[in-house]
Design a protein around this ligand. Structure first.
Ligand code: TXE
Length: 483
């Protein structure tokens, strides 16, 4: 772990052994941090922040360090991708893409560091002027999940650092390796000690301290709605700022006038990328009635070509499910849908003989208020619904408690804009699926979360704004008048 610029084990020397979900056997060993380790990390972050060494440093110097990390990620890309695949079970080519995207994020955030500025008013009268200062919020706890370990860390850490914050980061206990590598890179590139501390371990061991500690000013949490609510309750005690990304049930809305081949490809990618363990997975297909039968027929033929299995096989499209709890969750949702009379158009089976794998699954005729239609499954499972009018499509798209992303497939500009404006989601794509770029912010409506990460607004999340007003001439008038 990285605490105050020093690599160290957990105080009690305990470790977490990670078995790959794509075969059998331990692939990484990480320290199992304790609450005391987290307290050490928070103390280091606070001392660094108060010293001003990082917080008040020149933006151009911050940029060099953050860009240096991007270069380290690119230098070690193959090794990082390998680690990511061993721990998550995702296809190696997807890991390589994730590593590349992570380097892009560090580079982009490095460019933001020197551009951070406030505002000023010199039109407030002859004796008064105002400055609006943008300042780092302070110590930020960043808790990340296992589905895109390096990418999600890179959507948050460099933006918080670009703002001048000090950070305490906890990767998921299933996927610590690549996040711990970031600690090495930051040290190599000259980040002052204590500005980024990384504590590996279980949420129930160290999460509470990271959320409740009074020195922590903000918590950025990415994970389940269940823990998101725990974070909200705990953070309330000390009135912390929160940034939460809590998953979704994103719709792919397919209109009859779309480019059907492109839409089929996009719908399959949207629902099966990362074995569906993706917060922005397009897990609901909402297809126009007049093309629905033809679309489904072709979709199933193409889905049957998706190879499930060994993540190191270049032909594999769908790798492993991250752990048994996740596998069981997928199977439970599919079994419940089957039992309730929904039609399993394909898949619906898992294979645990050597690793945890689940077939791409397409389910139709589930009521739109059933769990398979409403809740996040986090597996390669697509539920199908039909619509006749655009109003019906928008209503269906907005019919869950989530609002993270949406995919619209149409060649009609009016349809694209009407849906794009009315479907509630932090990210809406037209004729594209899952193309994240650092410039575009991400985040959720409703149950999907609070706040925005990445893009230039991503740095704003980690800033406070201060009005500094100055009277610079002797004041003639007094509020308290004497005798
Ligand atoms: O998440 P957890 P899980 C959803 C998805 C998935 C479900 C469960 O639906 O099936 O969540 O996944 C840390 N205090 N998403 O159980 O437990 C934990 O150590 C503080 C969507 O793996 O929420 C890890 O670092 N932290 C999501 C992080 O929270 C705690 C991605 C996420 O783990 C904690 C992942 C506590 N009490 C799952 N308990 C997305 N938005 O992309 C756990 N953690």
């Amino acid at each position: 772990m990285w605490i105050n610029g020093v690599a160290r084990d957990a105080r009690n020397d305990e470790v977490i052994e990670r078995e790959t979900p794509a075969a059998k056997g331990v692939v990484t060993i990480a320290p199992r941090g304790t609450a005391e380790d987290a307290e050490d990390a928070i103390a280091a972050a606070e001392a660094q922040f108060l010293s001003g060494e990082w917080a008040e440093s020149y933006g151009g110097d911050k940029a060099k360090i953050l860009a240096g990390v991007a270069a380290c990620i690119r230098r070690d890309a193959e090794e990082l991708a390998y680690l990511e695949t061993l721990e998550t079970g995702k296809p190696l080519k997807a890991s390589l893409g994730e590593v590349e995207g992570s380097a892009d994020l560090w580079e982009y955030a490095s460019g933001l560091a020197p551009t951070l500025h406030g505002d000023s008013y010199s039109n407030l009268g002859p004796d008064r002027m105002g400055m609006i200062l943008r300042q780092p919020i302070g110590v930020v706890s960043i808790i990340t999940p296992w589905n895109f370990p390096l990418l999600i860390a890179s959507e948050r850490i460099p933006f918080a650092l670009a703002a001048g914050c000090s950070t305490v980061v906890k990767p998921s206990e299933f996927t610590s390796a690549t996040t711990l590598r970031l600690g090495e890179y930051l040290k190599e590139c000259g980040l002052p000690d204590g500005a980024c501390n990384i504590v590996s371990g279980h949420g129930h061991d160290i999460g509470q301290v990271m959320i409740e500690h009074p020195s922590v000013r903000m918590v950025s949490f990415t994970g389940s709605p269940r823990v998101g609510k725990i974070v909200m309750h705990a953070a309330a005690e000390t009135t912390k700022k929160l940034s939460l990304e809590l998953g979704g049930k994103s719709p792919s809305v397919v209109f009859a006038d779309c480019d059907m081949e492109a839409a089929i490809d996009g719908v399959l990618k949207g629902s099966n990328f990362n074995a569906g363990q993706c917060c922005i997975a397009g897990s609901r297909l909402i297809v126009e009635d007049k093309i629905a039968d033809q679309f489904l027929e072709k979709l199933i033929v193409r889905a049957q070509d998706l190879k499930v299995g060994d993540p190191f096989d270049p032909q594999t499209a769908i790798g492993a499910i991250v752990n048994e709890a996740q596998f069981d969750q997928i199977d439970r949702y599919v079994s419940a849908a089957r039992d309730s009379g929904a039609s399993i158009l394909m898949g619906g089976e898992g294979d645990t003989s050597n690793g945890l794998f689940y077939q791409p699954t397409i389910i139709a005729n589930a009521p739109s208020d059933s769990p398979i239609a409403q809740e996040e499954i986090f597996g390669p499972v697509l539920s199908v619904f039909r619509f006749k009018t655009i109003q019906e499509a928008i209503k269906l798209a907005n019919s869950t408690n989530f609002g993270l992303a949406a995919y619209i497939w149409t060649n009609d500009l009016n349809t694209a804009l009407s849906c794009g404006r009315r479907i509630e989601g932090g990210r809406v794509w037209v004729n594209a699926a899952l193309q994240g770029i650092p410039e575009m912010p991400l985040g959720g409506y409703r149950g999907s979360g609070i706040g925005r990460e990445t893009g230039r607004f991503g740095v704003d999340e980690y800033c406070e704004m201060k009005s500094l007003q100055i009277n610079h001439m002797p004041q003639a008038e007094r509020w308290v008048t004497t005798g």
